[in-house]
Design a binder for this molecule. Structure first.
Ligand SMILES: Cc1ncc(COP(=O)(O)O)c(C=O)c1O
Length: 790
């Protein structure tokens, strides 16, 4: 049986071995007229293995007549035509030649010359100057990057059996060229190439097999690219699809990058510009980038080996071929002088991958960043921690800073299903790459998401409107409540935070610190279960609390205002993270309803299983809101929010008002929202919140027993507040100690924060994939920090 390697060499060299066709211009003119109905003058062009003629027709139009090498497989020509046809259909903007059909409507015609049948095609002429004749500029290199990436994207959907034909120029076949390396005249270059081929075959090829493949153009060099006469010039054409094949995408980049090397001070500068621009359209994977230096080198060695063989095979063309070889040898030397790890580092950086950095240098950078931040945002735009964290990456419950340190995230509730969850990211990217519009067009995803979200609520809550932030969701909720009830008044808890729009900021006394409020607003106390009078029973305390609701309604009434809504954060987060006993929320809600208002459940903090016992906080309180607002975790970090309501409420609103939100619930947001729900359900995150939550509460209770400064543990699901006091009898808030603990936790690489009007409540609210081992790490950190800081 024939050695498959030899087989490859033989079949792939046949077209190079055999002489190109030798037709005359007159023959070409004759073919053009007879087969394509084009009356033209023909002029012969250079070609490695075929014969090409430029046709200038009498109508002024120009074409290329391509006479294929007699040894060329017909399927290879079919494939080339299929590629051009595919591009015309899927990405007509890419400036490639178009196929000109013959008068018999064929894309390929057969022409018999001196007893040999040649396959002939006619293509449109690519206008512009050949890039070979134009000085390379950073702008052109960037254009090459985006153009090749765009071409690659266009070719993704194409396949043809001839895409897998053996091709000598395929870098993966480098080892086949070993015999030709002996033809390289310069002995040190020859030795270098021989060593490289061995190492490439042993180390690089096996890794290449694991990378993504598709049909790739695989020949982006200056001779195949045309640019316009504009200033600055624009790419106006890409020709010659003779080396197009099915192979690793990164080989397409490597071939093109080889021509962006320069022999100057920084040989990589052009490569970096090119790759960076390619990456801006098609993100490269780290594994691909890491192979790039070797693949670029492989292309250069391939060029040298083939050129050396051609010198031997066609000595009459020696001078012409040697010119090309000098160009390649210079670049090969330039690349071999840069250490591979340095090339990889620069390439990775250009593509947004950052290596584990020099810690001291990075800390200095972080300080500079902090100063720059201050100078643009002013001092009021707060940062967490005495030593702020510069986070650069997230993954599940883990966050990574600029120095490469790993932090356990026990604080962030927004990444509900975990930081950068791959399903969410992929849903986002796919939809962003397909379509994004506002919600005034029909779109499946938007309606599917709305249906899916509503299915998670009691049947009476049957309408949804999307927005981008919790503040907007609450703002709309207030407008809805006012339109429905015809009343204006709104009651909130004393230290509530509901958002930042004008109306909602008024309704956020915990944030504004205001003592006097709008005449339409009233507050009721924070439901402080910890500071209720020691001797009163729970039920007495609840009754006292409900009396406060009556008092608020009376005060409002006294000003001639009727209540539209009681707006409650079901986790009472900024009030200090309280979980009041049954009867408190339902009692307060009954009172507001009796007075003509509605209950708005703000689930921005307490929703999506946060409290472990149920999907929504209002269910934990057994309350029946007429309106519910959702935000933060709903989009796992993507700006998405929703207001859910009964249809009667929406009907009343739409009689007099309308609502439009340009970005709210757009197709990308909807796909993200759907992906979040899919992961949430598939990974059983409600159950995890409940089960890990029980373990968390046990651990925190144990901790509190041994630490009298932890006055109270308020914990449900993965939502926990530890109230720190300087003395358990007076319950004086230990604000300073809380701040020190949070800072010490940061040094232990665990993220937490404080909450409550006195900022003395340690706030634990991690992404929901938080498991028991994470709880152990958190509680160990708390124990250690409490022993140092209290
Ligand atoms: C309970 C509650 N409601 C509403 C909001 C406002 O959400 P956003 O910041 O997305 O406007 C917040 C934000 O912290 C919140 O905690």
């Amino acid at each position: 049986m024939a050695d498959p390697r030899t087989t490859l060499c033989i079949s792939a060299t046949r077209t190079l071995e055999s002489d190109p066709p030798r037709l005359t211009s007159g023959d070409a003119e004759h073919i053009a007229l007879r087969n394509f109905g084009i009356e033209a003058q023909a002029e012969s062009l250079d070609s490695e293995r075929d014969q090409n003629f430029r046709l200038r027709s009498v109508t002024g139009k120009q074409y290329v007549l391509k006479i294929a090498n007699a040894e060329e497989e017909p399927s290879a020509i079919e494939f080339e035509n299929a590629v051009l046809e595919h591009i015309r259909k899927v990405a007509p903007i890419i400036p490639v030649p178009r196929i000109v059909a013959s008068t018999a409507n064929e894309n390929v015609v057969v022409h018999c010359f001196k007893g040999v049948n040649y396959l002939v095609r006619c293509l449109t002429w690519l206008h512009g100057k050949c890039l070979d004749d134009v000085e390379s500029t950073p702008d052109l290199r960037k254009q090459l990057g985006t153009e090749l990436a765009t071409l690659g994207r266009a070719l993704r959907g194409l396949f043809h059996p001839a895409a897998c034909r053996p091709l000598l120029w395929d870098i993966r076949n480098l080892a086949e060229l070993t015999p030709w390396i002996a033809d390289i005249e310069n002995s040190s270059t020859q030795a270098f190439c021989a060593r490289f081929v061995t190492s490439f075959t042993e180390n690089t090829l096996p890794k290449l097999v694991a990378l993504r493949c598709q049909v790739i153009y695989h020949d982006l060099h200056e001779g195949n690219v045309y640019v316009s006469d504009d200033s600055p010039p624009k790419i106006s054409g890409i020709g010659d699809f003779g080396d197009t094949l099915y192979g690793p995408l990164i080989c397409d980049v490597a071939v093109a990058a080889a021509y962006q090397l320069s022999a100057g001070d920084d040989p990589l500068a052009g490569v970096i510009e090119f790759v960076q621009s390619y990456n801006s359209i098609t993100a490269l994977e780290c594994e691909e980038i890491d192979l790039l230096p070797d693949l670029i080198m492989a292309r250069l060695v391939t060029s040298l080996a083939i050129a050396s063989w051609r010198v031997r095979r066609f000595p009459e063309n020696r001078d012409y071929i040697i010119g090309d070889m000098n160009f390649v040898t210079e670049r090969l030397k330039a690349l071999s002088q840069v250490p591979a790890h340095e090339t990889i580092r620069r390439l990775r950086e250009a593509c947004g991958f950052h290596d584990r950095p020099d810690v001291a240098a990075n800390q200095q950078c972080d300080e500079e960043l902090e100063n720059r931040r201050k100078s643009v945002f002013g001092p009021s735009f707060e940062l967490f921690y005495d030593r702020p964290v510069n986070l650069v990456r997230g993954d599940g419950v883990w966050l990574y800073d600029s120095t490469g340190e790993v932090f356990l995230d026990a604080y962030n509730n927004v990444p509900l299903v975990g930081h950068c969850h791959p399903d969410v990211i992929s849903a986002l990217c796919r939809q962003a790459a397909t379509l994004n519009t506002h919600t005034r067009y029909l779109n499946d995803a938007v309606v599917e998401y709305a249906d899916r979200l509503l299915s998670l609520f009691p049947a009476a809550l049957d309408r949804v409107m999307f927005s981008c932030t919790g503040s907007e969701a609450n703002e709309l909720a207030i407008r809805l409540a006012r339109a429905y009830t015809g009343n204006e008044g709104v009651i909130v808890t004393r230290c509530a935070y509901h958002g930042n729009t004008t109306t909602i900021a008024e309704l956020s006394p915990g944030d504004s610190g205001k003592e006097t409020f709008e005449q339409w607003m009233e507050t009721i106390p924070s439901p402080d279960t910890y500071r209720r009078a020691a001797r009163s029973s729970i039920s007495d305390w609840v009754q006292d609390y409900l009396d406060e609701v009556d008092l608020a309604l009376e005060r409002m009434h006294g000003r001639g205002v009727k209540p539209a809504a009681l707006l409650l954060d079901c986790g009472f987060t900024s009030d200090g993270m309280f979980l009041p006993p049954p009867g408190l929320v339902t009692g307060a809600s009954a009172k507001i309803k009796a007075a003509g208002g509605v209950l708005i459940a703000d689930e921005v903090q307490s929703g999506f299983g946060r409290l472990g016992q149920a999907m929504w906080g209002f269910e934990v309180h057994a309350a029946e809101p007429e309106i519910v607002t959702l935000g933060k975790p709903i989009g796992n970090g993507h700006p998405l929010a929703a207001t859910i309501m009964q249809h009667e409420i929406l009907d009343a609103f739409t009689k007099h008002e309308h609502y439009f939100n340009t970005f709210g619930g757009n197709p990308v947001s909807s796909k993200v929202g759907l992906a979040v729900l899919n992961v949430f359900e598939r990974d059983g995150l409600l159950q995890n919140s409940r089960e890990t939550g029980i373990y968390l509460k046990d651990c925190l209770d144990d901790l509190a027993e041994n630490c009298e400064c932890i006055g109270d543990v308020r914990s449900s699901g993965l939502f926990a507040g530890l109230e720190l006091v300087s003395d358990p009898v007076s319950k004086k808030p230990a604000t300073d100690a809380a701040r020190r603990i949070v800072n010490n936790m940061r040094e232990l690489r665990i993220l937490s924060s404080t909450e409550g009007p006195q900022q003395n409540v340690l706030k634990i609210r991690p992404p929901l994939p938080f498991g028991p081992s994470h709880v152990d790490q958190l509680v160990d950190g708390l124990k250690q920090s409490a022993s140092i800081c209290l």
